[in-house]
Design a protein around this ligand. Structure first.
Ligand code: G1P
Length: 289
């Protein structure tokens, strides 16, 4: 029986420079797709996968994220006095239970590997998940839930995978695939942001990870990799061959909300599924496209 995945790490310290000036004072993770911030989708995906503890690795200027997941007494009282029970219920449902969220700071922008390593004491000696909130993955069940199911079969480490056009490999961590069993692919190697001519495949990691705590030993070496940053991909590559390591080609649609077109596309796609706005939006889109 595999150890359950109870904890998730959200690295949310990034500066969000691609969304300036909006992200000058609003963390990019709080930018809304329709009316829910990106980080809310990530938390919902984690909850659906059975996660019980939510660890946010934040940075300076990101206190709004902790506030977002807290009570908002004035607002709640006003809603209560107006009898707006729907909005009150929404605010209750979105909050992690008391004591189930932790916030810590990555003091320097030293890379994704460093951000995950910052959470080592809170994670402790158990397998855990990592979700990058700017990758919005639309699927049912959610990507992490699909991965937990795969993990229950494979044990070890599991990453979410997606096939991309060859010219995009230098934006992502790319894996070298081994044996395939349906959607589950054994991973033989991985490399961060290779040029198309050097890429071992076109299967890239989509910002969802289930990792064993041994990853922290490798991250603690603090080696710098692509872009001069401490890369999670490099530490994971060192686990391959020592522990089971698989990828799951997830079933669903992916929006890279770290870039503006992906973010706009996500807004349109999610809005078109909402009964309260789909018809009006579709009519508008027909007039402009
Ligand atoms: C990070 C990871 C990369 C992964 C990507 C997914 O890159 O380092 O391996 O494929 O997220 O979005 P970043 O987007 O932080 O440059």
């Amino acid at each position: 029986m595999s150890k359950p995945i109870r904890k998730v790490v959200f690295p949310v310290a990034g500066l969000g420079t691609r969304f300036l000036p909006a992200t000058k004072s609003v963390p990019k993770e709080l930018l809304p797709v329709v009316d829910r911030p990106l980080i809310q989708y990530a938390v919902d995906e984690a909850k659906e996968a059975g996660i019980e503890h939510f660890i946010f690795v934040t940075g300076r200027g990101k206190t709004a994220i902790a506030d977002y997941f807290d009570h908002a007494y004035e607002l709640e009282q006003t809603l209560a006095s107006k009898g707006n029970t729907d909005a009150l219920k929404m605010l209750t449902d979105m909050r992690p239970p008391a004591g189930a969220a932790s916030f810590l700071r990555q003091q320097e922008p030293a890379g994704l590997g460093h951000a995950v390593w910052c959470a080592r004491d809170l994670v402790g000696n158990e397998p855990f998940a990592v979700i990058l909130a700017d990758e919005l993955l639309k699927s049912s069940p959610g990507c992490l839930a699909q991965m937990v199911e795969a993990y229950n079969e494979t044990q070890g480490n599991v990453v979410g995978l997606l096939d991309v056009p060859p010219e995009h490999t230098d934006r992502y961590g790319v894996i070298k695939p081994g044996t395939r069993n349906g959607k589950i692919i054994e991973i033989e190697d991985m490399v961060e942001k290779p040029k198309p001519e050097d890429a071992p495949s076109t299967l890239v990691m989509v910002g969802r990870y289930i990792l064993q705590p041994t990853i922290f030993d490798h991250l603690s070496r603090q080696d710098r990799g692509a872009g001069g940053e401490i890369q999670l991909t490099d530490a994971m590559a060192r686990l391959i061959g020592k522990e089971p390591f698989h990828g799951l080609e997830f079933d669903g649609v992916r929006f890279d909300c770290g870039n503006k077109v992906g973010f706009m596309a996500a807004n349109v796609a999610y809005a078109l599924e909402r009964d309260d706005m789909a018809d009006e939006l579709r009519d508008f889109l027909r007039t402009v496209v």
